[in-house]
Design a protein around this ligand. Structure first.
Ligand SMILES: [Zn+2]
Length: 236
């Protein structure tokens, strides 16, 4: 019987995908795992089936993960991030990296400080919130100036159902998730909320005011209706 040799992917309990070489041969008496030069190898006697190997890996998982830092540094995900209307493929990087999140050539790299699976989405969300505040606050202030609205502060919220609001006292709240949308869409929401400082309803006078500062508002409103669901942090 020829030795059997194949590359197989093991998924850890934390969801990490680990590629390993599995070698089954008559010369092996037991299942063994080894990590060398960043590669994981499993050897087993020929009669052993994959579920048994998997069970063995589960039992040895703590040991295996502890020996993994030298393994592949990046993992691609099936998720895409919509950032200011552009789509980025998400890649997860293992710590330590000099930055937590960055965009490069159509890829969004996420490098959480901690290895747990839950750390990556939290890292990405935190970064998105900061980006929203840093990039959309100046847009808000410029737009307010154009509309001759004196607003000195803006609140950022995490609202999934509302992109923004304007209280009866004229205080404006925006959802940081607008950072997912193209800038002109975020600007439409800004114009919309600022116009509510003059008209607290959706009357024709209100829409006339919106149109004055955003002539393509109907297009933008339509975009939000159709694509609002894409303005969510992807599951990674
Ligand atoms: Zn409104």
């Amino acid at each position: 019987m020829k030795p059997f040799n194949q590359t197989i992917t093991y998924t850890s309990q934390g969801g990490q995908q680990i590629q390993l070489k599995w070698l089954a041969s008559k010369r092996n008496k037991h299942i063994r795992i080894s990590v060398a030069a960043g590669k994981v190898r499993v050897s087993s006697p020929p009669r052993i089936k994959w579920p048994m190997i998997e069970q063995f890996l589960r039992q040895q998982e703590a040991w295996l993960l502890a020996h993994l830092p030298n393994l592949t540094q990046s993992k691609s995900t099936d998720s895409n991030l919509l950032f200011q209307g552009e789509s980025y493929k998400i890649r997860l990087l293992k710590p330590p990296q000099s930055k937590r999140v960055w965009l490069e050539n159509g890829v969004c790299y996420v490098a959480p400080l901690r290895p747990e699976a839950s750390a990556a989405p939290r890292t990405l969300e935190r970064w998105l919130k900061t980006q929203a505040v840093d990039q959309l606050t100046p847009l808000f202030l410029t737009t307010a100036k154009q509309m001759e609205e004196k607003v000195d502060h803006l609140r950022w919220r995490d609202t999934r159902s509302r992109w923004g609001s304007c209280s009866s006292s004229g205080e404006i709240m925006l959802s940081w998730r607008l950072i997912h949308a193209p800038t002109e869409i975020a600007r439409y929401v800004i114009v919309h909320e600022l116009a509510h400082r003059t008209h607290h309803d959706h009357s024709s006078k209100f829409w006339q005011l919106v149109e004055k500062f955003n002539p393509a508002y109907k297009l933008h409103r339509g975009w939000l209706k159709r694509n609002g669901h894409l303005c969510q942090t992807p599951i990674i």
